[in-house]
Design a protein around this ligand. Structure first.
Ligand code: ADP
Ligand code: MG
Length: 260
């Protein structure tokens, strides 16, 4: 192959935005010669590498857009530490059928048992499956909606939270919610109802959501919509943050009251 042809090929690949193939062009040609690849095998390898590279880039981009607080996979979750969790159930959820069926997932449990980790892990699976995901905390979401309302941009903000196929709302119940905040939260839940699946996490049982939202009627209306099509996962166990302390006998394991 002449240097001019090599350069032309590089330009074509650049023009077609096949960046991986451009970067690997000479190495690919050498591999093809040394391994005596057939034309079909060569094309297969070039396109295969390009698709893999573009897919990985796309996943990284959508992972950044999701605004996770940390990136931890389901594979990094130690199910042995949390025996109340049904590993099979979580693996089934990892296949994302719940998203297609418009079902919500609600993860309940005391602090440190891995609710956020599970939510992020399932979010990453959804991204790998090609969905757009957005992660927020209940407090962050309500603060944003309240600010948008004051600035006359509520509709715009609600849209922002309605567009991603999967919305994760973490930490419901850590901070008390004012009446206006509860109303805004309800508006968003209504907008996504039966259209956009959500993963919600809370350290409070459903029975306590009346206090969380400062209003039993609003809490009931929110729960009514959230739970209409929902899978509830109750984690009853010890905080993973105490794992080493528990092991060292520095603290006693808790027997948390079951959450219903
Ligand atoms: P929660 O949201 O329930 O308060 P997190 O998901 O934030 O708890 O978990 C606290 C920390 O412990 C995180 O760094 C998380 O990755 C880790 N963690 C919790 N449970 C597990 C587990 N079973 N296996 C591996 N890491 C875990
Ligand atoms: Mg958390």
């Amino acid at each position: 192959m002449s240097p001019a042809q090599l350069e032309r090929l590089g330009e074509h690949l650049q023009r077609l935005r096949l960046f991986k193939s451009r970067e690997r062009l000479e190495a690919l040609l050498q591999e093809a010669a040394s391994e005596e690849l057939s034309f079909a095998d060569f094309l297969d390898r070039v396109l295969g590498e390009e698709v893999a590279s573009k897919t990985a880039k796309n996943i990284t981009m959508r992972t950044n857009l999701a605004r996770f607080p940390f990136v931890k996979s389901l594979e990094a979750f130690d199910f042995a530490y949390q025996p109340s969790l049904d590993k099979k159930q979580i693996q089934t959820l990892a296949s994302c059928h719940y998203i297609e069926h418009g079902e919500n997932i609600v993860v309940l449990g005391p602090p440190g048992v891995g609710k956020s980790h599970l939510a992020v892990g399932l979010g990453l699976k959804a991204i790998e499956a090609g969905y757009r995901v957005l992660f927020c905390t209940a407090a962050g979401l309500i603060a944003n909606l309240t600010k948008a309302l004051a600035e006359g941009r509520l509709e715009e903000k609600i849209k922002l939270y309605s567009v991603p196929r999967l919305l994760i709302i973490d930490e419901i119940g850590y901070l008390p919610i004012e009446r206006q905040g509860a109303n805004l939260f309800f508006q968003l839940i209504s907008r996504r109802y039966e259209r956009g699946p959500m993963i919600l996490t809370s350290n409070q049982s459903f029975g306590a959501w009346g206090e969380v939202f400062g209003d039993r009627v609003i809490a009931t209306a929110i729960l009514d919509r959230v739970l209409h099509h929902a899978i509830t996962i109750n984690i009853r166990g010890n905080s993973y943050r105490l794992k080493d302390k528990l092991k060292a006998g520095l603290v006693r394991p808790e027997e948390p009251a079951p959450i219903t």
